[in-house]
Design a protein around this ligand. Structure first.
Ligand code: PMP
Length: 427
């Protein structure tokens, strides 16, 4: 049993000593004290089904014993920085990670977060091409440091950042986008940015395959191959941000970009890579990787033995437990069931996503697509009361983000849908 401080006590400390910008989803925030597989437990021992997994962070399940064992064994043996000496943990994980990527993508740079990974990717693209301009998509999220905050394109996440050389292309959003799912029209916008907004040469293009923070928006089928082609013609590199979609989450493939049939020049990852520990990575080709030899690129904790031992264990668990297959089978089943809910509840405007990266968009008017901002908060709160945690996002904050740990079962999916059904019925 938990004998730590109460939720009220923690809330008091948080209000006094932590950032005033921290937010939470519920009227009474939960005090989560333990996690196991797809479940989280509060201080009273109440169990919650976790359909958000710490923003798609936990992939093989909370506190998976294999990952915990790998981390603790490594912690007892050695914890230090990655540079200066040889250690097998970083090399073993880099090799295993490279084996999951197509083509010549096999040189790995480790970081501590997704932001750092994207900062590094953008830096490498700029160095490699000698150009400065980066094209990213409206409604994207790529991080919160100077460069990545510039590339991010939602006002909620942007401060007074110096947005040097960033151009935001029209979002190829099949539900709300101005061109529907017409990939060619959206790709034409990329071409026009290159022609009218740059010297004709660009450093690169960065995109998620499914926008996570942006509300589970799958970029229109056919768009990425066209955009990549135009960017490459302008001398740029194509960066796939796999921070949320990567690591088997989309089910049909290991990486989100694979669902679009493209091979990027640089792939960035974080979140799921470590199942909850701070770890990120950039993977690129040996040729592109050379640019960082021009100076010293140094990252004290990037790829430290503790995190890379954990990362290797994560890859092994994904394989051993066939979690990608589970994400595909249960994710497809869950999506079908959510589509069933859409037929019953007028407020569900759209159901989308792939595998265990699913979105349910609530609108008060299906024709006008008016965001149901308050309603979604009510539904979320009711679902929490019934023992289910789900995320939300999107530009208007009206999209449920369903990104459970990849061990989520068919029974969990049924329970999730029943609870959402009841909560929607209460509106
Ligand atoms: N890229 C994407 C697609 C993300 O969703 C996030 C985090 N929400 C980031 C990058 C930044 O990752 P981090 O918070 O680890 O810096």
């Amino acid at each position: 049993p938990y004998d730590g401080p109460s939720a009220a006590e923690i809330a008091r400390k948080r209000a006094e000593y932590l950032s005033p910008s921290l937010f939470h989803f519920y009227s009474k925030p939960l005090n989560i004290v333990e996690g196991k597989r797809q479940y989280l437990y509060d201080e009273h021992g109440r169990r919650y089904l976790d359909a958000f997994a710490g923003i798609a962070t936990v992939c093989c399940g909370h506190c998976h014993p294999d990952v915990v064992d790998a981390i603790t064994a490594q912690a007892r043996r050695l914890q230090h920085s990655t540079v200066l000496y040889l250690n097998h943990a970083i090399a073993d994980f880099a090799e295993a990670l490279a084996s999951k990527l197509p083509g010549d993508l096999k040189v790995v740079f480790f970081t501590n977060s997704g932001t750092e990974a994207n900062e590094l990717a953008i830096l490498m693209a700029r160095l490699y091409t000698g150009s400065h301009d980066i094209i990213s998509l409206r409604n994207s999220y790529h991080g919160n440091a100077a460069g990545t905050m510039g590339a991010t394109a939602q006002k909620n996440w942007k401060f007074n950042v110096v947005q040097s050389g960033v151009h935001h292309a029209v979002n190829p959003d099949p539900y709300r986008g101005v061109f529907g799912s017409d990939a060619e029209k959206y790709a034409r916008d990329v071409q026009e940015i290159i022609e009218f907004g740059t010297t004709g040469h660009v450093a690169g293009f960065i995109s998620e395959a499914i926008q996570g923070v942006g509300g589970i928006v799958e970029v229109s089928p056919g768009y990425l191959p066209l955009a990549y082609e135009k960017v490459r013609k302008a001398g740029g590199l194509c960066i796939a941000d796999e921070v949320q979609a990567g690591f088997a989450r989309v089910g049909s493939h290991f990486w989100g970009f694979e669902t679009h049939g493209v091979v990027p020049d640089i792939v960035t990852m974080a979140k799921g890579i470590g199942n909850g520990i701070p770890l990120g990575a950039v993977v690129t080709t040996p040729d592109i990787a050379q640019v960082l030899t021009r100076r010293c690129y140094f990252n004290t904790f990037g790829g430290n033995p503790l995190c890379t031992a954990g990362g290797l264990a994560v890859l092994k668990v994904l394989e051993k437990e066939r979690l990608q297959e589970n994400a595909f089978i249960v994710g497809s089943y869950l999506k079908d069931r959510l589509r069933g809910l859409q037929e019953k509840h007028e407020i569900i405007g759209d159901v989308r996503g792939t595998g265990f990266m699913l979105g349910v968009e609530l609108v008060t008017d299906r024709q006008l697509k008016t965001p149901a901002k308050e309603e979604i908060c009510n539904v979320m709160e009711h679902m929490k009361d019934m023992g289910v945690l789900v995320g939300k996002g999107g530009f208007y904050g009206n999209v449920f983000r369903i990104t459970p740990p990849l061990c989520f079962s068919k029974e969990d999916a049924d329970f999730f849908v029943e609870v959402m059904d009841i909560a929607l019925s209460k509106l």
